[in-house]
Design a binder for this molecule. Structure first.
Ligand code: AMP
Ligand code: ZN
Length: 113
């Protein structure tokens, strides 16, 4: 399978890894949009949010929990941060292995920016 994030998970290509356990990997985004910009991915290949199955729900919870923990470790949990998951082309997804963007260390506005 020609999946960039599976290759990072398998250490076939290097990633700037900040957290790893048996089910989840987190690494710094190569094109950061904030002082902290981490991608949190399941080790299981799931192409899009539309492909998440019932049995994957605990894993999705682990992604979120990892984001909250990394935010706390980096000291911006209380001030706040942004978590984003993009789905398919109109949603801005470019890598088809689900991933949570954790961004912190600056102020975000909504809906723009
Ligand atoms: P998305 O557009 O939601 O699919 O997000 C894909 C993200 O992967 C983008 O923010 C890219 O900057 C990031 N990215 C692409 N290649 C790499 C890589 N080799 N290592 C780390 N992040 C990457
Ligand atoms: Zn993959």
């Amino acid at each position: 399978m020609n999946c960039l994030f599976c290759k990072i998970i398998d250490h076939e290509i290097p990633g700037d890894i900040v957290f790893e356990d048996d089910e989840v990997l987190a690494f710094n985004d190569i094109n950061p949009q904030a002082p902290t910009h981490i991608l949190i991915v399941p080790k299981k290949h799931i192409a899009t949010l539309n492909d998440i199955e019932e049995g994957d729900l605990p894993l999705v919870g682990r992604l979120q929990n990892t984001a909250a923990r990394l935010a706390a470790e980096r000291g911006f949990a209380e001030e706040g941060y942004r978590v984003v998951m993009n789905c398919n082309e109109a949603g801005g997804q470019t890598v088809y292995h689900i991933h949570m963007h954790l961004m912190g260390g600056r102020r975000f506005t909504w809906p723009a920016g």
